[in-house]
Write a protein that binds this ligand. Structure first.
Ligand code: NDP
Length: 241
């Protein structure tokens, strides 16, 4: 096939599953990460997928990183904006720094990355942009005013850009995962997980990263060309829009 896919935060958690699934589907994959060199090196060793370290919150760093990826693999056809962080606190305790870090990574990161590949996608009349939002961007979550605002912003970004990309063969979609069994969620106290969180999920379990990865592979495919501006919820029935 010869298409190039770039997965931000593609070295760990949901992103690692997405990177691996895209590789399996025949893409040349680049996975980016922020600072965990050890996890990235382990991921590359296990999968053969190249990893690139830069901050999605830094526009210039994104430009330089994407230029390195294009030199190694070719221009980006599929961009998966997956990198995300949490800095949780009830609003009265949330600091401007906690707000800024989450907005910079989870919302501005989408601008910084997408803006740099958009022109090339328009020129080549093909592109796929897939944004990993969250159930908490749809319903809001106490203790996550910053995260919920950023993830809801990702959905607005998706819908606006879908309208701009449609005529150029570019689709832009979002996925809203519910609770997925990544390191972040598995680190939650076992009692809280089994007694408070899982009972809220009608299917009675956490989601697996691979369940999100399979949606990405479909949205990236030629077969999904009529789907744009959509939000795919994958939350075990926890919340319906
Ligand atoms: P993880 O914490 O497991 O992995 C996050 C990845 O993003 C890592 O590769 C990390 O790099 C990278 N990253 C973080 N900040 C930056 C940055 N500024 N620049 C570049 N890369 C960065 O996250 P998950 O797999 O749990 O989550 C992935 C996405 O899915 C996020 O957007 C998250 O909000 C969303 N999501 C997750 C849910 C869940 O239940 N897990 C539920 C709903 C949505 P490094 O390894 O260097 O730290």
């Amino acid at each position: 096939m010869g298409r190039v896919a770039l997965v931000t935060g593609g070295s760990r958690g949901i992103g690692a599953a997405i990177s691996s699934a895209l590789k399996e589907a025949g893409y040349a994959v680049a996975a980016t990460y922020a600072g965990n060199d050890e996890a990235a090196a382990k991921f590359t060793k296990e999968t053969g997928i190249r990893t690139y370290k830069f901050d999605v919150g830094d526009y210039e760093a994104c430009g330089a990183g994407i230029a390195r990826i294009a030199a190694d693999l070719g221009p980006v056809d599929v961009l998966v904006n997956n990198a995300g962080i949490t800095r949780d606190a009830m609003f009265h305790k949330m600091t401007p720094q906690m707000w800024k870090e989450v907005i910079d990574t989870n919302l501005t990161g989408l601008f910084n990355m997408t803006h740099q590949v958009w022109g090339g996608m328009r020129d080549r009349k093909f592109g796929r942009v897939i944004n990993i939002s969250s159930i908490n961007g749809q319903k809001g979550q106490a203790g996550q005013a910053n995260y919920s605002a950023a993830k809801a912003g990702d959905l607005g970004f998706t819908k606006a850009l879908a309208q701009e990309g449609a005529r150029a063969g570019i689709t832009v979609n979002a996925i809203c995962p519910g609770y997925i069994a990544t390191e972040m969620v598995k680190a939650i106290d076992e009692k809280v997980l089994t007694e408070r969180i899982i009972p809220q999920i009608p299917v009675g379990r956490l989601g697996e990263p691979e369940e999100i990865a399979r949606i990405v592979v479909f949205l990236a495919s030629d077969e999904a060309g009529f789907i744009t501006g959509s939000t795919v919820s994958a939350n075990g029935g926890q919340f319906f829009v």
